[in-house]
Design a protein. Structure first.
Length: 165
């Protein structure tokens, strides 16, 4: 029936087994979420390495945290969707996430061809993560321990930009 039964001769082993199971369940739930971490990015002038699919640009993280899989958009252009972050590099080393103090970040974005650098956006465009009410709720439920106070302030700014209630 799908019920997990724990057995052990020593109570401490039973406790360790149970806590490991709880951690595994939490990790599985986190992996199944569509949570989007908040970030506000600014393009580095002249740092476009590929204009179309995949878009490869250099950015500075102004606020929040940029992670792999984050959907990016340009709010000034009616929330023009750029695509999802495939990979990132800092100083030619791959990273899974980037914050404001990490410096310039090379970002590879999967794009369906609907956004082209130079035609739809340029160096002056501000790029943000695409937040929705559902993604914010998942951040609260599953990632509250990973979020910093500054990240929540970025969520509040993005809620105003996207008119999320």
């Amino acid at each position: 029936m799908g019920v997990k039964i724990f057995t052990a001769n020593i109570i401490y082993h039973l406790f360790d087994e149970f806590t490991e199971y709880v951690k595994q369940c939490q990790e599985n739930r986190k992996a199944d979420t569509k949570a989007v971490f908040p970030c506000i990015l600014k393009m580095v002038p002249g740092a476009c390495f590929n204009r179309t699919d995949p878009i490869v640009i250099g950015v500075d993280v102004i606020e929040g945290v940029l992670k792999e899989g984050t959907p990016l958009c340009i709010p000034d252009r009616n929330s023009l969707k750029l695509g999802k972050v495939l990979s990132m590099e800092i100083n030619k080393k791959p990273v899974k996430q980037a914050r404001a103090n990490d410096g310039n970040v090379a970002v590879k974005i999967a794009n369906d061809g609907s956004a082209v650098y130079g035609r739809h956006f340029d160096d002056q465009s501000q790029i943000t993560s695409l937040l929705t009410r559902d993604t914010i709720d998942e951040l609260k439920q599953f990632f509250a321990d990973e979020m910093k106070r500054e990240d929540w302030m970025t969520v509040i700014k993005l809620k105003k930009i996207f008119n999320i209630v």
